[in-house]
Design a protein around this ligand. Structure first.
Ligand SMILES: [Zn+2]
Ligand SMILES: [Zn+2]
Length: 299
């Protein structure tokens, strides 16, 4: 389950109901279309948010599969993973390593891929200061990936105590309590961040984080919110700062996410519920009570 499933349930995106939500699905291929090559029956695969690129639009032909103009979203224009079986386009498939359980693989298909791909494509290099804003559903994976990629890692969240301990346990070198201090000043005291990965933040928190960047740094916003981000062009201009968005990643980046997670022991903290209790699990996630990803199991 992903918080973005609410876009399906509540109709934030244009949806033709009935529609099955869910874009972190793991299973085995049961049947294959005649024209499909490269995959075999019985193979373990995952399906993330991107429903499969077309292969012929200008973006696909330029190698930019994420921005394919004809891509549907899993659980939005086609049925998703809150089900015992689903139909997926071959170009959406992510291969699941044999030594990764389905429960562990599932949350990596959106939360994992999104944070892994954003960090991997960011300008940060080994040793650079990278801050993860929000140590929750996405952020608790982001902290682990950032640590294993060789960055100096700052976890930022509200409150000290448990959240600080968790961030350190997941690999953060530093923790900043955004309720107790000025985030930008705290980051500048550490030398300024090359990258701030804003995982679930509104526009105000993103704008505040920009002032914590070192020159040439970027804030990468992953939180799907329509709250405006108010910025001074002076800061962007005179310090060459950037604010970017990043939408999940390519299927090959999905393969890399799962392999990297397996060899580095990066895992989401999950709570499982059987598929029959999907509505209850969804309500728990929406109430912000999931620690940190709800996973539906079956069979
Ligand atoms: Zn998602
Ligand atoms: Zn395309």
């Amino acid at each position: 389950m992903c918080h973005s499933d609410s876009a399906t349930v509540e109709g934030v995106l244009p949806i033709e109901w009935p529609r099955v939500p869910g874009h972190e699905a793991v299973g085995r291929i049961d049947a294959i279309g005649d024209a499909v090559a490269g995959w075999s029956v019985g193979q373990r695969v995952g399906v993330g948010f991107l429903g499969g690129n077309c292969g012929y639009c200008e973006y696909c032909r330029d190698g930019d599969l994420v921005n394919c103009k004809n891509q549907s979203f899993t659980g939005v224009q086609q049925d998703g993973g809150y089900a015992e079986s689903m139909i997926a386009k071959a170009s959406s498939l992510i291969s699941v390593p044999n030594d990764l359980s389905s429960v562990d693989a599932a949350p990596l298909l959106c939360a994992g891929l999104t944070t892994f791909s954003a960090l991997r494509n960011s300008p940060a290099r080994a040793g650079d200061l990278v801050a993860i804003l929000g140590v929750g559903g996405l952020g608790h994976l982001g902290v682990q990936y950032a640590r294993h990629m060789g960055f100096e890692v700052v976890g930022i969240d509200r409150g000290a105590g448990d959240r600080a301990e968790l961030a350190k346990k997941l690999g953060a070198h530093h923790y900043v309590d955004s309720t107790a201090c000025d985030v930008a000043k705290a980051l500048q005291a550490l030398g300024g961040a090359t990258v701030v990965l804003a995982t679930a933040s509104g526009g105000k928190a993103v704008a505040a984080a920009v002032n914590g960047l070192r020159r040439g740094g970027v804030v990468i916003s992953l939180g799907a919110t329509d709250e405006p981000i108010e910025l001074s062009a002076f800061a962007l201009l005179f310090q060459s700062l950037g604010v970017l968005g990043a939408l999940t990643g390519t299927p090959a980046a999905g393969d890399a996410t799962l392999r990297f997670s397996t060899i580095t022991d990066v895992a989401a903290m999950v709570e499982t519920m059987p598929l029959e209790r999907a509505a209850e699990a969804y309500a728990k996630m929406m109430a912000g009570q999931a620690r940190f990803r709800m996973v539906l199991t079956m069979g």
